[in-house]
Design a protein around this ligand. Sequence first.
Ligand SMILES: Nc1ncnc2c1ncn2[C@@H]1O[C@H](COP(=O)(O)OP(=O)(O)OP(=O)(O)O)[C@@H](O)[C@H]1O
Length: 253
Amino acid sequence: MSVDANRNATSGAGIEDRSDVLLRVRGLDAGYGDLQILTDVDMDVFDGEYVTIVGPNGAGKSTTMKSVFGLTALMGGDIQFKDEDITGRKPENIIHVGVGYVPQNDNIFSALTVEENLEMGAYILDDVPQDAIRAVYDRFPILEERKHQKAGTMSGGQQQMLAMGRALMLDPDLLLLDEPSAGLAPDLVEEMFDKIDEINEAGTAILMVEQNAKEALRRCDRGYVLANGQNRYMDTGTALLEDEQVRQDFLGG
Ligand SMILES: Nc1ncnc2c1ncn2[C@@H]1O[C@H](COP(=O)(O)OP(=O)(O)OP(=O)(O)O)[C@@H](O)[C@H]1O
């Protein structure tokens, strides 16, 4: 479904009427300092949904995620999460309402052990929930094997799993994943995507930015194509994959 950059990205899709909305972004203008990157971006994630953002380099995909998590300068628009207005709130507050975020870079504490990293994921609580650590180890057995190892000495794939595990410590309703497959060997990319499927199937909604656009669209429920900081397309992952224009312009034919 093509989207006029100046029109609501979700118009005509019946999305406005759905009551199970988890994250609702409307008319988002955001950037860094005075530099505006996003213009009038709309985005929704529904309960338990798996949504992917794709688009060219510099399109503003990461900036959208950072904006949801309170890490950019908002210049306009609204961000709602579970009926709460979280526009302009700080990350530590946004964690509290049930959003987890795994940035693309610097997403672990290298000098801490694996288990200490997981404990940091629950820093807002008085006591580290042992059942949450158990659940992360069940999801990522390699982390339990390496629990006393310094995180910085693990492989890229293991560090990525640790970053996800840390974000899962507070059992978020929505997990924001910025390029989870970046820099991973091809077999690890598949494993990573499988893990994300499992996390989603267990009930956590996912909003993910991915360069590996075809694979991401194959796996997600719905996708957004961003370009030049604006909405360009929004549809099911399958429909976007089959759209001739999207394929030509954004998926390498
Ligand atoms: N901290 C920052 N300060 C200033 N400009 C920034 C900052 N971070 C990103 N930008 C700029 O914002 C624009 C959008 O970047 P963003 O990382 O959101 O794009 P992206 O779609 O995620 O791209 P990529 O696929 O290359 O990661 C780019 O022009 C980038 O240079």
